[in-house]
Design a protein around this ligand. Structure first.
Ligand SMILES: *Cc1c(COP(=O)(O)O)cnc(C)c1O
Length: 461
């Protein structure tokens, strides 16, 4: 289509609609108070634009919904499994494919085999469920994201990369035989959805070959990452995103995927490995805990929809729209003077709430204050990624804050239109007007673990 700057348009039209409830500010204030000022405790019916997560919240296409009807529910060797296996083999180049009910099930199976108390895993950044599954086996999980990622506002194309020097250093220090695997998270979710370059992946492969260490790719956003490689890395502009993904996944010894992201389905996961002996161990655990090897906790219809989703996600028009739509939101916020993590990643925009609400001290949770204001002002649900999520207490009960006080706006796939995104931008105009009068929050209830999900808050007067 035309190269002129035009309104960003969705490369799809809408065949089925899901009504959204319009609410008033007074209604939302009451709903939030009842939810203890924690948007995780809201009913989704009371949310207008839900940017809590991009995980499992996407919209399926007409083809996928047709696939649901074609799903084969046979216990063993189902047609839908044969279809899914073929698509995943073609994408990964790996021989042994296992379906799981979501990403963390694939992680639990693989890492409980590779892990153990004397083992170390090294990653650009372990995602929370990855770290949890590794640490549960007694192993250690070390994050070594590249130096460029330290400055959240500095422009750099591949801030999801791993620090190669540190990688070699840690392998030598710990001894290669004690390294269970290098886990490359693509895109790097916990580091702002930032991409990883092919160059970095190839360098990791070389290091893993030299030391005989296994390389695992946690690739639940592999299609989004491929688009960034095509756009930003030399010598990839002529390749299709699918070809780039194939090249990258071929570098790994194993691949784990939460299909709730780039699988374009609401539930599902994958585990694929190259080594036959490892695949046998994985299959044993799969059968004990998830299901037989040709369904692994998924219905036939789920596998059918996933097989179609994994093809659709590599549509270049879709990926162009997907990444540009996320960038559009981030760029416009930046133009308004809202401090955002830069450059904008693939699936989400992160706002620096400590900078935006600089009058609110970190122990009064500026990120939570912004999350609350976005809901009351516009019915927008977002999530705090700061001291509510990662804060700890010292022995005197004083808060040890997180490194950053961020708020994440995650964009579900194919769900909201450009006018919804423009509405979100309008609400930020209101936030900017009121920001100097905003006050912080205190925690009135918190559980021992993962407090951000269920904590209650109260406004500080
Ligand atoms: C979502 C996610 C997972 C876990 O997947 P689930 O399907 O939620 O269990 C693992 N790794 C990364 C990078 C993720 O984003």
């Amino acid at each position: 289509m035309s190269e002129k700057m035009r309104t960003l348009t969705e490369p799809f039209k809408i065949k089925m609609v899901e009504p959204l409830k319009m609410t008033t500010e007074a209604y939302r204030k009451e709903a939030l108070e009842k939810a203890g000022y924690n948007p995780f405790l809201l009913r989704s019916d009371d949310v207008f634009i839900d940017l809590l997560t991009d995980s499992g919240t996407g919209a399926m296409s007409d083809k996928q919904w047709s696939g649901i009807m074609l799903g084969d529910e046979s216990y063993a060797g189902a047609r839908s499994w044969v279809h899914l296996e073929k698509v995943v083999k073609d994408l990964t180049g790996m021989e042994f494919i296992l379906p799981t009910h979501q990403g963390r099930a694939a992680e639990r199976i693989l890492y409980s085999i590779l892990g153990g108390s004397d083992k170390t895993f090294i990653s650009n950044t372990h995602f929370d469920t990855t770290r949890a599954n590794i640490e549960y086996t007694g192993a250690q999980a070390i994050d070594i994201v590249c130096r460029e990622a330290e400055d959240v506002e500095a422009d750099s194309p591949f801030k999801g990369n791993i620090d190669l020097e540190k990688l070699v250093q840690i392998i030598e220090e710990k001894g290669a035989e004690n390294i269970a695997a290098v886990v490359m998270t693509v895109t790097n979710n916990s580091s702002g959805g930032q991409p990883v370059s092919m160059e970095n992946m190839k360098a990791v492969r070389k290091i893993c070959d030299k030391y005989h260490v296994m390389m695992v790719i946690d690739g639940c956003r592999i299609a989004e990452n491929s688009f960034f490689v095509q756009q930003r890395e030399a010598n990839f502009s002529d390749k299709s995103c699918k070809e780039i993904a194939q090249e990258m996944l071929n570098l790994g010894d194993a691949f784990v995927m939460s299909a709730k992201k780039d699988g374009m389905v609401n539930m599902g996961g994958l585990l694929t490995v190259k080594d036959e002996a490892l695949s046998v161990k994985c299959k044993n655990l799969l059968i004990i805990s998830e299901g037989f090897t040709t369904y692994g906790g998924l219905s036939g219809r789920d596998m059918e929809a996933l097989a179609i989703g994994l093809v659709e996600v590599f549509d270049e028009d879709y990926l162009n729209y997907r990444i540009k739509s996320t960038t559009y939101l981030g760029q416009k916020l930046k133009e308004k003077g809202i401090p955002v993590v830069w450059p904008i990643g693939g699936h989400a925009v992160y706002i620096d709430a400590k900078k935006l609400y600089n009058q609110i001290p970190v122990d009064q949770y500026p990120g939570q204050a912004l999350v609350i204001d976005l809901y009351i002002q516009g019915g927008i649900r977002s999530v705090e990624v700061g001291s509510v999520m990662f804060g700890k207490y010292d022995s005197a009960g004083k808060l040890i804050p997180a490194a950053n006080e961020l708020v994440r706006l995650a964009i579900p796939r194919r769900v909201y239109t450009q006018s919804h995104i423009d509405y979100v931008l309008d609400i930020f105009d209101d936030i900017l007007e009121m920001k100097d009068q905003k006050k912080g929050y205190e925690i009135t209830y918190e559980p021992e673990f993962l407090r951000h999900f269920t904590a209650n808050f109260k406004p500080i007067k």
